[in-house]
Structure formats: structure tokens, C-alpha cells
Design a protein around this ligand. Structure first.
Ligand code: ZN
Ligand code: ZN
Length: 227
């Protein structure tokens, strides 16, 4: 076995930070946390073990709260059993409740855009995973959209065409709000745009500039009608 001669010549496990690896170890197996995957991990990529590092880290940390002395090699099945106790919402969407939307080939809910992620479903405040928003945040946004537009149906964002006028697009640009709707990569980005517009709208709510208020509200209405 190699020894760690120089103290800086190692990299800690990307999940538990408890086991040391060599920089040239490409694929690692950690005896502390059971992580099996790349050492230089991309948090969002699902590894061969079926988890992204971000999700695995979350499950591991939550498990440690109840079992602070847990070491994977002492009980290699414990984490797996723990995961099996998670809410099993099967193929139904935990955001909009649509039945049977998820299957192995389709990991998006066509109705609300939620990406299948059972770790986020188990920890509804866990954000920045395959869904940038947590389940609770996403649900709140989705419910707001449905109230504003009862016919709201999530669309793959590159299908979105928002017929804004030149003047309306210019207003978005001058207020540093994105107007390139066809280039959005996720529905979360669309939510961010709507939030920005809503903030502006609130600034004009109690002012004399009623025309500007109406103008912004129109932009918002057009977007909501076309997403
Ligand atoms: Zn580890
Ligand atoms: Zn849904």
C-alpha cells in the first residue's frame, strides 16, 4: 500500500471527507461512506452507483445525524436499507400529483416540469440538486402559476414563444431581465424571470405611475399566457 509521504499529496473523499485518496486515483471506493465513483466528481452527474454525489452526500449526512458513528465498511447494507425507507411515490409526481408520469425513460413531469429525484422528495427542503429548487419551493411556485393561469402547463423551454413587442423586450433589457426565452435551459430560469418582473411590479404598486404598472403587468400576462 502506498504511503502518504507528503501531507498535501492527497485528496479527501468527495462525500465524507474522511478517507484519503491519491490525486491519480481516478475511480474510488470509500470505506467510510461507501461512495463508489470518480474522485474528481461532478456533483450533478449520476455515477455508476446510481447517485449523483450531491444526492449521496445528502443521504449520508442525514443518516449520520441518527447514527453518528456509522462507517460503511462495518455495515455495508445500512445505507441502502435506509434509502429503501424513503417515501415511495413511484411514478406519481410529488409536485402536481399527476399519476404515472415517471418511468425509466422519462424523468420529467410533463405537467409541472419536476425532475424525478427521490432524495429531494424525501428531504423537501433540499435544493440545488437535479431540481435547482427544493420540492417545497417548486410546489409553491407551481401553485402560484396555476392560480394565475389555471391552464398552465409546463413546456420544454425551447418550445416557449413569448410574443412580446419590441418596446416590451426593450423594457426587460433596460431592467436587466432576461428576454431570450427560447434559450432558457430550465423552467427554473423562467421562474426567476417571473420573480424579477414581479419585484418590479411591486415597486410601482403604490406609486402614481399607474401606466408603468399596467405596462409591466401586461408583460407578465403575456408571459403567463404563453408558457
Ligand atoms: Zn467517503
Ligand atoms: Zn408534476
Amino acid at each position: 500500500m502506498k504511503e502518504f509521504l507528503e501531507k498535501d499529496n492527497y485528496i479527501l473523499c468527495p462525500i465524507c471527507k474522511k478517507e484519503k485518496f491519491y490525486p491519480d486515483d481516478y475511480f474510488i471506493f470509500c470505506n467510510h461512506c461507501g461512495w463508489e465513483g470518480n474522485l474528481n466528481v461532478d456533483d450533478n452527474i449520476i455515477e455508476l452507483n446510481g447517485y449523483s454525489a450531491r444526492d449521496y452526500r445528502k443521504v449520508y449526512q442525514e443518516y449520520l445525524k441518527e447514527h453518528p458513528n456509522y462507517i460503511w465498511k462495518d455495515d455495508t447494507e445500512a445505507l441502502e436499507k435506509y434509502m429503501k425507507t424513503f417515501i415511495d411515490y413511484g411514478y406519481d409526481c410529488p409536485v402536481c400529483g399527476e399519476k404515472g408520469v415517471f418511468n425509466p425513460d422519462y424523468r420529467y413531469c410533463y405537467k409541472c416540469g419536476w425532475r424525478y429525484n427521490y432524495v429531494q422528495a424525501q428531504y423537501p427542503d433540499f435544493d440545488d440538486s437535479s431540481n435547482k429548487l427544493s420540492l417545497n419551493e417548486y410546489k409553491e411556485k407551481y401553485n402560484k402559476l396555476v392560480i394565475k393561469n389555471p391552464n398552465y402547463q409546463w413546456k420544454n423551454t425551447n418550445e416557449v414563444k413569448i410574443p412580446l413587442t419590441k418596446e416590451q423586450l426593450e423594457w426587460l433589457d433596460t431592467n436587466n431581465i432576461r428576454s431570450d426565452f427560447d434559450k432558457l435551459t430550465s423552467d427554473n430560469e423562467l421562474f426567476e424571470i417571473l420573480d424579477e418582473i414581479e419585484k418590479k411590479l411591486k415597486q410601482y404598486e403604490n406609486k402614481e405611475e399607474y401606466e408603468t404598472y399596467i405596462f409591466i403587468r401586461e408583460i407578465m400576462g403575456i408571459i403567463l399566457d404563453n408558457i
